[in-house]
Design a protein around this ligand. Structure first.
Ligand SMILES: *[C@@H]1O[C@H](CO)[C@@H](O)[C@H](O)[C@H]1NC(C)=O
Ligand SMILES: *[C@@H]1O[C@H](CO)[C@@H](O)[C@H](O)[C@H]1NC(C)=O
Ligand SMILES: *[C@@H]1O[C@H](CO)[C@@H](O)[C@H](O)[C@H]1NC(C)=O
Ligand SMILES: *[C@@H]1O[C@H](CO)[C@@H](O)[C@H](O)[C@H]1NC(C)=O
Ligand SMILES: *[C@@H]1O[C@H](CO)[C@@H](O)[C@H](O)[C@H]1NC(C)=O
Ligand SMILES: *[C@@H]1O[C@H](CO)[C@@H](O)[C@H](O)[C@H]1NC(C)=O
Ligand SMILES: *[C@@H]1O[C@H](CO)[C@@H](O)[C@H](O)[C@H]1NC(C)=O
Ligand SMILES: *[C@@H]1O[C@H](CO)[C@@H](O)[C@H](O)[C@H]1NC(C)=O
Ligand SMILES: *[C@@H]1O[C@H](CO)[C@@H](O)[C@H](O)[C@H]1NC(C)=O
Ligand SMILES: *[C@@H]1O[C@H](CO)[C@@H](O)[C@H](O)[C@H]1NC(C)=O
Ligand SMILES: *[C@@H]1O[C@H](CO)[C@@H](O)[C@H](O)[C@H]1NC(C)=O
Ligand SMILES: *[C@@H]1O[C@H](CO)[C@@H](O)[C@H](O)[C@H]1NC(C)=O
Length: 509
């Protein structure tokens, strides 16, 4: 397995834990109308981050404040996005929480299944069915790099979505630079599969034990009450796990092989980031081999008192997973394991060129009733591109077609459309658009311009005639005045329609 990358860390640093500062970022209580303080942390209402959807209250009783409200979205709208201000270049843990609470009415006792998207990347399917049956909420956690000043989190309606999607809570928390830093976050993101504290049976470990409020769930029964944390220096681990995960473990002192079936879910075939944590200060040596599904993972691991982590960046897994720890002949004690994390390694989808995104935002502002799904990335993921937008593929995603024919739109066409320099088609026919036709001469690839059956007024910009690639200009049935520019009439290969305007001189036959 040549694509395997393993790192092994010994730890020398002294502990310096300042766990009192809460993690930086935004805690958003979706559907809430006011600020709430929970455990001294402030949760914001979501209206500043999204313009679509409806806030709703859950009628069934729930304990957690953040689950009492949610935001619900029309099934008819392809995607709905939160836009959250971020620090460009910072690494964020994005956590979404869902608790259905029957908000879609008695016809839909089961929660809808839908997609969640971060920027241009399809993150995962949101299927809360099983948790909801057990009365539990469901959370998803991913780690993404902020590539711009805003990051979007969108919910998408897919073929399997049968009622209105919803969300209960959304968190964007900054992670320190060293966390998971062997992953190339400019090209990949991590989606959490499991994060467990082994041999631990309490309620999940999180902030303030974990300074980044990651959630470590209990896993496996242990009859050992021995805590091995005296000499662990957490600050030496790049991933900065909470000290508390080293208080419990699975395994024993007896020289026997330890098998852990973990994570419990059967995994889809993919590459995974896996980190396993160990620490022990028992007198004696505790040395063992680690294999995953029978494949050699690490040899002669020494579970030293200060602690050690072994991780793989892109380990292929599929189906059930078994971790086997085999004591070495030289070991005086049997193997133990304290904690583990598994993330799905996701390739990032593209992002629409910033130039086009900025221009489209202006185009959106100048329309009085833009399509409801115009939020998040315009082009990516492709199945969730904005209504009326078609894009090029490849590393530089550009908008090539703007087609809002028959959309009952009013407002005007922003001059910023001229900054979308890869456009080949602009079709806005049969709407109620008014105002002037902007100067489009920078659109050197433009082939078709269909503005027929609107209320555009003013003169036809003569600069249109300078666009060499132009093949069709449809302007009939508007309120245009003045002369048809001479350089458009009789332009070779150009079809121009201008009938039904106020003061135009008759076009050439
Ligand atoms: C909240 O903060 C106050 C003072 O800052 C402190 O006394 C209190 O214990 C804190 N509560 C919690 C739940 O952390
Ligand atoms: C939800 O509950 C709050 C307070 O109980 C109330 O102010 C608000 O109007 C309710 N919202 C809806 C949509 O019913
Ligand atoms: C959602 O999860 C339930 C329970 O695990 C499963 O039966 C169902 O097929 C899933 N739905 C989709 C659309 O994947
Ligand atoms: C989910 O529900 C089950 C059954 O009610 C319960 O045993 C379990 O502890 C719950 N899990 C969480 C994480 O709350
Ligand atoms: C990860 O962070 C640690 C601690 O800051 C640093 O020593 C190490 O070089 C970093 N590794 C990578 C691959 O960037
Ligand atoms: C743990 O650290 C203490 C000092 O803090 C030291 O005296 C002791 O030898 C260490 N134990 C082990 C097993 O390294
Ligand atoms: C833990 O309990 C199991 C049976 O319940 C026993 O087989 C095992 O030896 C015990 N381990 C230790 C370390 O006591
Ligand atoms: C540990 O792994 C090495 C390398 O695969 C192997 O040579 C050795 O026999 C293994 N030891 C045990 C106890 O399985
Ligand atoms: C634009 O949309 C209309 C109506 O949906 C369709 O008939 C037309 O072919 C589209 N034009 C382009 C260039 O995609
Ligand atoms: C014009 O658009 C409206 C919707 O805004 C549609 O109902 C009508 O059929 C369209 N007319 C033509 C000729 O396509
Ligand atoms: C287009 O983009 C440039 C910067 O690239 C900007 O200065 C200009 O105002 C934008 N808008 C228009 C309509 O040209
Ligand atoms: C367009 O012209 C028609 C008739 O000439 C007029 O009723 C209408 O108000 C004009 N619309 C605009 C937006 O100027």
């Amino acid at each position: 397995m040549s694509f395997l990358l393993l790192f092994f860390l010994f730890l020398f640093l002294t502990p310096s834990l300042s766990q009192t500062t809460p993690p930086k970022g935004f805690l958003i209580d979706c559907g809430s109308l006011s600020n709430t303080q929970i455990n001294n942390r402030s949760w914001l209402p979501d209206s500043a981050f999204i313009t679509t959807g409806t806030p709703k209250n859950i009628t069934s009783p729930v304990l957690l404040q953040t689950l009492k409200t949610l935001r619900s979205f029309s099934l008819q709208v392809k995607k709905n996005c939160y836009n959250v201000p971020v620090y460009r270049g910072a690494k964020y843990m994005v956590r979404t929480t869902y608790f259905y609470g029957g908000v879609n009415g008695p016809d839909h006792p089961s929660p809808p299944v839908f997609d969640q998207i971060v920027d241009g990347t399809l993150w995962s399917v949101v299927n809360t069915t099983e948790d909801y049956v057990n009365g539990n909420s469901t959370f998803y956690e991913g780690i993404f790099l902020a590539k711009g000043k805003f990051m979007s989190l969108c919910l998408g309606s897919n073929t399997y979505t049968d009622s209105d999607p919803f969300i209960s809570a959304l968190e964007f928390l900054i992670l320190k630079g060293s966390l998971y830093n062997t992953t190339d976050f400019t090209n990949f993101a991590l989606g959490l599969v499991a994060r467990n504290s082994f041999g631990f049976s309490g309620s999940p470990i999180r902030y303030p034990d974990d300074q980044f409020d990651r959630i470590w769930e209990s896993f496996g029964q242990s009859n050992s009450t021995k805590s091995n944390t005296d000499n662990v220096s957490v600050s030496g681990f790049w991933n900065l796990p909470p000290l508390k995960i080293f208080e419990t473990h699975l395994g024993s002192d007896q020289l026997e092989t330890l098998e852990v079936r973990w994570p419990i879910v059967s995994l889809p075939s993919s590459k995974y980031y896996m980190a396993l944590y160990f620490a022990d200060n028992t007198v004696g040596s505790r040395i063992f081999n680690i294999s995953v599904n029978g494949v050699h993972y690490y040899r002669d691991l020494n579970a030293i008192p200060s602690g050690v982590v072994v991780f793989a960046n892109q380990w292929p897994l599929s189906g059930p997973t078994t971790i086997t720890l085999t004591p070495a002949a030289s070991s005086s004690l049997g193997p133990i394991i304290n904690a583990g994390e598994v993330f799905n390694v996701m390739s990032l989808g593209g992002r629409t060129s910033t130039r086009d995104v900025i221009a489209l935002e202006r185009v959106k502002e100048s329309l009085r009733n833009p399509p409801l799904d115009w939020s998040g990335d315009p082009c990516a993921p492709q199945i969730y591109s904005w209504t009326g937008i078609t894009c090029s593929e490849g590393p530089h995603i550009r908008v090539v077609t703007l087609n809002l024919t028959n959309m009952d739109l009013s407002g005007s066409l922003s001059p910023f459309v001229a900054n979308m320099t890869a456009l080949t088609n602009i079709w806005l026919g049969n709407n109620s658009l008014s105002g002037q036709i902007p100067n489009l001469s920078s659109l050197t690839m433009l082939e078709t311009l269909h503005l027929e059956d609107n209320q555009f007024n003013g003169e036809i910009p003569s600069s249109l005639g300078n666009i060499g690639s132009l093949k069709e200009v449809f302007l009939q049935n508007n309120n245009l005045t003045g002369q048809i520019p001479a350089n458009l009439i009789g332009k070779p290969g150009l079809i121009i329609r201008t009938s039904g305007n106020s003061f135009l001189s008759p076009p050439a036959p």
